[in-house]
Design a protein around this ligand. Sequence first.
Ligand code: AMP
Length: 399
Amino acid sequence: MSKPFRTLDDADVAGKRVLLRVDLNVPTENGKVTDKTRIERVASTITEIADKGGKVILLAHFGRPKGQRTEADSLKPVAAAVAEVIGRPVGFAADCLGPVAEAAIAGMKNGDIVLLENTRFYKGEEKNDPAIVEGLAKLGDVYVNDAFSAAHRAHASTEGIAHKLPAHAGRAMQAELEALTIALGNPERPVAAIVGGAKVSSKLELLGNLIKKVDLLIIGGGMANTFLFAQGKHVGKSLCEKDMADTARKIMADAEGAKCRILLPVDATVAKEFKAHAPARVVDVDHVAEDEMILDIGPKSVVMVEEAIGTVKTLVWNGPFGAFETPPFEAATFAIAKTVGFLTREGKLKAIGGGGDTVAALNEAGVAGQFTYVSAAGGAFLEWMEGKALPGVEALRNT
Ligand code: AMP
């Protein structure tokens, strides 16, 4: 059976100009890269292509220059950081199109690595402008996409170009696609999802898709308040989207129809003020006072969630159970994260986490490394959880 996506295993890169789209949108301070995680993720793809004798031409965006050339959004300092991570020289070309890029590439030997300037210095990049696509495609013989986090956008360097050259997934993209397939594509059942975070309104499509796919949907965070409110409970001053009550009831009814069990918290940690170390108490969700707000799920709910997770084979997690950035409201998220990490390490569970805040929470709980996979891709991960086709990924599909 052929693999669903073309990978580096099927790519002929020796002696070829390989345009490698990577995510180098790293945080910087005074021109220095402060977190190299994104570079580390693509390092093995870069060195593998170079070791196979390809000329590695790195394509990436940086910041939001919106078609303007700005020094603050130049990728130049990032070239040095890439060189440091992979322990090899990395050249830099001050343009990603035209004579400057062409000259830099013409001077490359097999195995050399060059980073081209920010693709978003051209307006047409984000518009998938055919002229930009053509200009980029001219620079290479093969295209490899290792930027899952940018794959939900049909841009010239993430999608358009994939139709002009032989196109393959890099190793980081491949790992991401394999993890996502484990989680929702073809999961070992029963499969559960945790959806937490602030608001129902921002995760409507995600909830709608998940109830069709998972056996158990565990709802936490601020959005659980809206569901509790929809069930007629008083949530006091809690974050709650009262105008979403009908939507929440519809989700619960649809879940029942789809044989997806929904688990809501039964108790909560509440406080009168939302600030670090505010005096807090634990109450059943039926007894939240008018001047209190729910800032975390309570200990009984933690046990209930952990027991439920103990019965499933696969778990996909997006969103914290409480306001985890503000102690003591991190307790439930961290406790459950540790249990998930433990079950995964024991081989009893496959756990995939993703989304900005979730990655931060799992890192802080010290368990990200114990998960089967943690996706650093925010928007792309969410769109994938919503069941949407990601254009940058679709372009790599074996048809
Ligand atoms: P999201 O980006 O939708 O995943 O939301 C994440 C944010 O939700 C985090 O910043 C949490 O602090 C916040 N959050 C989670 N639970 C609550 C809650 N019960 N009340 C207020 N904010 C919450």
